[in-house]
Every structure is written in structure tokens, then in C-alpha cells.
Design a protein around this ligand. Structure first.
Ligand code: ADP
Ligand code: MG
Length: 692
């Protein structure tokens, strides 16, 4: 009996040696081989007359071997050569130092050759792919659409292709058809066995496309069933919220009155959505997407007040201590008239202060607690946590949300991000989130002018900065490094701080980086944000200021060695300016050595739209790097493309939701294979409640 779980060594042509090489590609079983899909294809189906081939092009020709032989060159190179004729012309196939090939060919054989055509006295192909035609065997390597596999060194395409063919012929009948017939039918999907055959060895590209569609659907469908099940069990395990009496006075309405601006229409819309969520019985799970400066913080404050009104505590988590402290000051200031107890919990606190804060949190003396990762550490116990706000969520992993969620009896959750997530992720990892969009900036904002400068413009730049500061503005100058490094040749903040102090001797400069002590950092921030004198005009810094900081009077951002930063990072850094009514300027000092560097700089100069930039970033870096595996938390996909296959994902979701609604135990006979596949593919990854 054959099984997909048989060792790959059962396949003809696979010995212990090759098996080891296969392991490096993650191939252990026959099934692994069957589901090891081509990376791309070469169309070698169009056979040309030798007289018609284009020199320099990749061509496929067919003819008869007229002569063959080995000769040596002066430089001791052995050349094995075939002369092939098709009646219209002769072409020579040559291989260097591969004399063993000789035994595979004889004069009179019919042969197909695929390769790049060169003219070197005669028409030639170097190391072409070849296929000797015998009447009864199917062509594999040439004269057809040929699969090209993603392989490691020491495994060649020809060999692998032969093995793939063997596996497809011998084992594809074992491929499991997990889809119930009605789904297949209503979605017009092809048979799985056919799909496996055609993904490896399609007759034409239409077949290949249909095959891929089926396989991607299967992959996404399992994923969506997993998500639907998780959602189902979460809902079921939630017993509902106590009737949420308003216990405090109308805090949120009061806040509306004291907020110095009127909310934008987009802010109002989002606030309505949150009000509805928080009044409901289910815990809120909402993602707020809004570009830098769109005013997400007030939304957070508003939501926190809604929780407070109902007698809950609220937590507000930020990725950096500096940002947490800023939020702490902002909330203290703006909420002063409302008489609310606000606390700060960051790891930099002295042990004594920290212990006090923790006690106040568990005792319920603090209403709103603002902090960093410290909020989710073990020692943080809440009296009555009802809402969790996570700011700049793209800086955290998906895990953080779960951790904070465990701190209360399923608290409401509000997640804020300036980085848009692609639709596919919204349908998967973030599948349980409702999404709100702030698609509008507060009025009165001016666009930011962004310039990419070369070194020789530095002096002019310094003069410009001085002029703007004379008008009352402030500036950031950001460096990639804190201090001089032996290994990396990039500018550092400490050294340049000394140098800039001389250049701007008449102005106040401050230095800020992550390795400074809390007291020092706090003082610099207070002085830069105008809370304490003497004011700082120019803040020399590292990327500690990347996210969230809000100093509306700062209108100049200078980024040194800008090519060193990622696209989203540059956008965030630039987002520190243009937050008030002043005309703002961003200067990128850069001398990129790579094409990607140039691309990034062009993207950032060209666009100020965070969504556009995120799109560019995704294109330039790919999903893996953009989100990081940990971040997006999806299982590795075998064939589906998270960006390109959104349509298929949407369809898979519809069917998966339906199925789970009908049979959430997966107990029906037609769902047994789904259950099995679910276990194999997703395993414990999602803490899926063991089904059935
Ligand atoms: P982000 O979305 O980047 O977190 P913030 O919440 O920090 O943005 O807001 C950026 C700036 O815009 C802050 O100074 C804030 O006070 C101001 N702001 C927020 N909402 C409005 C509004 N409706 N009208 C005018 N200014 C606003
Ligand atoms: Mg913010």
C-alpha cells in the first residue's frame, strides 16, 4: 500500500544521499514532494525551426542528432558536443566537462533542446535542457511548459523534475480531497488530483491557473475554518457582560466640551462606533487605522472615559517609555478638570515608585493606567480592567493583545495603528477585529515639503533651520546611531550633538537617545515640549522619537543617513512634524549606494500618504519582512499569496463561515478530512480548542 506519509526514499531515483538534500528543502515524505510546488514555469512548448531562432533568445528546437563527440581545448577544457539538425539548419549543443553525458545520446536520436541561442561561428546552445523523444514517453524537460522548482544547491532542476513526475504519476491519486462537493461545485473548482497534476506539469497556462486556484483555495479554506472555529468558541465561552450601569457622571461628554478643537468628521464617526461597541454585551475588538497626525489619541481618551463611566479601569499601552510618558502628561493635562486618577507604569520607574503604582492598580485607586510592556507583566494585577488601548500596534506582536486581554474578564480592546494592514491579513490574523478608518486629518494642516539633499547642501540647510527657529519653530535632527561604532559607518547622535552645539552656539540644543537615564530623558522632553525652561530649539536624537511624539510647534525634521531607514520608519519620523498649523519641512540627507535605497527615498519624497507608502514598502520588502512572521502570525503558506490572492481568501472565508455555522464540531462525515487537515496544518498554533 502506498501512503502520502511514506518516506520520499520510496520514489524511484531517490537514494539516501538525495534524501538528505531533500531534507534541506523540507521534504521528508512522498506527500511533501507532491505538495512541493514549482516556483515558476518556462514555456518550452513552442518549437522553432532552427533557421528561425533569434540569437540571444531562449528558444526550443527539435531535430535529429547528426554527430556527437568530445574534444579538448588548449586550456584543458573538455567539450561534449552534439550537432542537431531539423532540415532547416544545424545547431550545436555544448557542455563543458561533462563527458559522462555522452552515454545518454546516440546519432539518429530525435531530440528537443531548450536554451539560450548564441552565435559562435555556428549556432550554439550552452548546457541546454534536453529531451530525447521516444514515441511512448511523455516529455518532461522540453517541448512543453516546464516547471522550475525552488531548490537548494546540489539539486538540479532536471533531476528534481524527473522525480516530481514520478511522484505525480505514482501518488497523485492519493491526494486528499478535503472539500465537500457542494463547495467545489458552487465555486467551480477543479478536482484535487487534476490540480496536483496540472500544477506540476500543465499542458497550458489556463490549466495551471485553474490548478493553482484550487490549491490556494484549499489552503485558505483550512485557514478560514480554523479562524471561524476560534471565533465560534471564543464567543461561546463568553458569558456576556453584566449590565453596564453608568456609575460615574458623563465623563466623555465633559471631555468633548473641554477638548480645545472640534472633532473631525472621521473622529466623530469612529467615536460613534466605539460607543456602540462599549454599550454592547460582547467585548469590543476594534482596530483604528489612521495616518500619522490624524488624531488617534483623543479617540483613545474618549474610549477610556467611556469605560470609566461604567466603573472600569482603562489601560493605555505604548511601545516606548517616551511615548507612554507623553500620553501620561497629555492625559493629565487635558483631563485635569475631570478629576481622574491617572498612573504611569514603565520599567524605568524606581522599584519603590513601581511598587506603589502596582498597588494602586490592584487596589483600584488608579482609573487610567498608561505604560509600556510593563502593563502586561506578571506583577501587574488589575482590580477591574474594562478596556485596553494599544497604541502603535504595528510595533508590537499579535501576542500582546492576547496578553493584555487576559488581565481582565475579557476587557474591551482598542488597537491603534498608522500602518494599514493588507486586506488578506484583515481577513485572517485580524479576522476577529472590526476596523475603523480615520481618513481625514484635522483641518488647518499644511502639507509637509520633503527634500532629499546631498552633502554639499548641508550649510544652506543649517541656515534655513536657524531662520525657522528665529520665527519660533523647533527642529528634530535624527541619527541612525547613538554613539560611534567600529562596525557600522553611520553618523551618530552623541558626536554630532557636540558638533552641532558649536554650529548653533546661539540656540539651545538637547540630546535624546534610548540609553540615557529616565531623569535625563524626562528633562529633555519637558524642555522640548515647552513645559520647562530653558526651551530646546533643536532636538538631536535617535529613532526613540520615531512613533507617536506630538510636539505641534516642531516643524523641521532632518534625517541623517536617511537611506539607512526603512520606508515606514521614514514616514513615521516625518510624522513628528506637520502636526500643527505651521508649514513643515522634512530633509533627508542621504547618499544611497543601492537601488533599493534610491527607491525608498523617492517613495518618501513623492508621497505623504501613509497608505501609499505602506503599499510601496510592502512591494519593496515583501510580506515576510514587512510584518515579520511573528507579527502576522500566519502559518507558512505553500502556494497562496497573501497579497495577490485576496479574492480567493474572501471566497474561502464565506464557505468556511457557513461550514462552521452548520457543523462547529466538524462531526459530519464529509468534514472528517477537514478536521484532520486542520490538525496537521494549524496544529496548536492558534490554541484551537480541540475540536470534536
Ligand atoms: P496620531 O493619530 O498620530 O496619534 P495625535 O492623536 O497625536 O495623532 O494628534 C496629532 C495632533 O493633532 C495633536 O496635537 C492633537 O492635539 C491634534 N488634534 C487631534 N484632533 C484634532 C482635531 N479634531 N482638530 C485639531 N487638532 C487635533
Ligand atoms: Mg499617536
Amino acid at each position: 500500500m502506498q501512503h502520502l506519509s511514506d518516506s520520499a526514499q520510496y520514489v524511484k531515483g531517490v537514494g539516501p544521499q538525495r534524501l538528505k538534500l531533500f531534507h534541506r528543502c523540507g521534504i521528508f515524505t512522498v506527500g511533501d514532494l507532491l505538495y512541493y510546488f514549482p516556483r515558476r514555469y518556462e514555456d518550452r512548448s513552442c518549437i522553432k525551426a532552427i533557421s528561425k531562432v533569434n540569437i540571444g533568445d531562449f528558444e526550443t528546437v527539435q531535430g535529429e542528432i547528426r554527430t556527437l563527440g568530445i574534444r579538448s581545448t588548449k586550456s584543458k577544457l573538455n567539450i561534449f558536443q552534439l550537432a542537431v539538425s531539423d532540415g532547416t539548419g544545424v545547431i550545436y549543443a555544448t557542455w563543458f566537462n561533462q563527458n559522462y553525458l555522452k552515454k545518454f545520446f546516440k546519432v539518429g536520436d530525435k531530440i528537443i533542446l531548450s536554451g539560450k541561442v548564441r552565435l559562435f561561428r555556428t549556432l550554439q546552445m550552452n548546457s541546454p535542457d534536453y529531451e530525447i523523444i521516444s514515441d511512448d514517453s511523455e516529455k518532461i524537460h522540453s517541448g512543453r511548459i516546464v516547471p522550475i522548482y525552488p531548490l537548494t544547491q546540489n539539486l538540479n532542476q532536471r533531476l528534481f523534475r524527473k522525480i516530481a513526475k514520478e511522484v505525480v504519476d505514482e501518488y497523485s491519486h492519493l491526494a486528499k480531497d478535503i472539500l465537500p462537493a457542494d463547495i467545489k461545485q458552487s465555486d467551480g473548482l477543479i478536482d484535487i488530483k487534476q490540480a496536483i497534476k496540472n500544477i506540476h506539469f500543465p499542458q497550458n497556462f489556463f490549466q495551471q491557473k485553474r490548478a493553482r486556484e484550487r490549491l490556494v483555495f484549499d489552503e485558505f479554506f483550512i485557514l478560514q475554518v480554523g479562524i471561524a472555529l476560534r471565533r465560534h468558541y471564543l464567543k461561546k465561552s463568553f458569558t456576556g457582560r453584566k449590565k453596564q450601569e453608568t456609575v460615574k457622571k458623563d465623563l466623555a461628554q465633559e471631555f468633548k466640551k473641554i477638548f480645545p478643537f472640534t472633532f473631525t468628521a472621521a473622529q466623530q464617526k469612529v467615536i460613534k462606533e466605539i460607543e456602540k461597541d462599549i454599550a454592547g454585551e460582547q467585548p469590543m475588538n476594534r482596530l483604528i487605522q489612521g495616518d500619522v497626525g490624524s488624531g488617534k489619541t483623543v479617540i483613545a481618551i474618549y474610549a477610556l472615559l467611556l469605560a470609566l463611566e461604567r466603573g472600569y479601569q482603562g489601560a493605555f499601552m505604548a511601545p516606548t517609555a517616551i511615548l507612554a510618558e507623553q500620553h501620561y502628561f497629555t492625559l493629565q493635562k487635558i483631563l485635569l478638570p475631570l478629576n481622574i486618577n491617572i498612573g504611569l507604569l514603565i520599567s524605568e520607574l524606581s522599584p519603590k515608585t513601581k511598587a506603589e503604582v502596582l498597588k494602586k492598580i490592584s487596589g483600584g485607586e488608579i482609573d487610567i493606567i498608561i505604560g509600556t510592556h510593563s502593563l502586561i507583566q506578571k506583577d501587574a494585577q488589575y482590580k477591574n480592567l474594562g478596556l485596553v488601548v494599544i497604541d502603535e500596534q504595528h510595533k508590537f506582536g499579535v501576542q500582546q493583545r492576547a496578553e493584555l486581554g487576559k488581565k481582565g474578564a475579557r476587557p474591551h480592546c482598542l488597537i491603534m495603528s498608522a500602518t494599514p494592514i493588507p486586506r488578506t491579513l484583515a481577513l485572517t490574523v485580524y479576522g476577529d477585529l472590526d476596523i475603523s478608518l480615520i481618513d481625514e486629518l484635522p483641518s488647518g494642516r499644511q502639507s509637509i515639503s520633503t527634500y532629499w539633499l546631498k552633502e554639499k547642501k548641508r550649510e544652506g540647510l543649517y541656515n534655513f533651520i536657524r531662520e525657522e527657529i528665529k520665527k519660533g519653530r523647533q527642529a528634530y535632527i535624527v541619527y541612525p546611531l547613538i554613539e560611534k561604532s567600529e562596525k557600522i559607518e553611520l553618523k551618530n547622535a552623541e558626536e554630532h550633538f557636540e558638533y552641532l552645539k558649536e554650529i548653533f552656539a546661539d540656540l539651545n540644543l538637547g540630546l535624546l537617545h534610548g540609553r540615557m537615564g529616565k531623569e535625563e530623558k524626562d528633562e529633555v522632553m519637558r524642555r522640548f515640549s515647552g513645559k520647562e525652561k530653558p526651551h530646546i530649539d533643536i532636538l538631536v536624537s535617535t529613532t526613540v522619537i520615531e512613533v507617536g511624539l506630538d510636539i505641534p510647534n516642531a516643524s523641521i525634521m532632518v534625517i541623517e543617513d536617511a537611506e539607512h531607514f526603512g520606508l515606514s520608519q521614514l514616514h513615521q519620523l516625518r510624522g513628528r512634524i506637520g502636526r500643527g498649523s505651521f508649514k513643515s519641512y522634512c530633509f533627508l540627507l542621504a547618499n544611497p549606494k543601492t537601488e533599493e535605497g534610491v527607491k525608498r527615498l523617492n517613495s518618501i519624497v513623492r508621497s505623504q500618504d501613509g497608505f501609499q507608502i505602506a503599499e510601496d514598502d510592502l512591494q519593496q520588502r515583501g510580506v515576510g519582512e514587512f510584518f515579520g512572521q511573528r507579527q502576522h502570525g500566519l502559518p507558512e503558506l505553500r502556494i497562496g499569496d497573501i497579497l495577490k490572492d485576496v479574492k480567493i481568501m474572501e471566497r474561502a472565508k464565506v464557505f468556511a463561515d457557513e461550514l462552521v455555522q452548520k457543523d462547529y464540531c466538524l462531526s459530519l462525515p464529509e468534514h472528517q478530512l477537514i478536521k484532520q487537515e486542520l490538525r496537521e496544518r494549524l496544529g496548536d498554533r492558534w490554541g484551537l480548542v480541540s475540536v470534536g
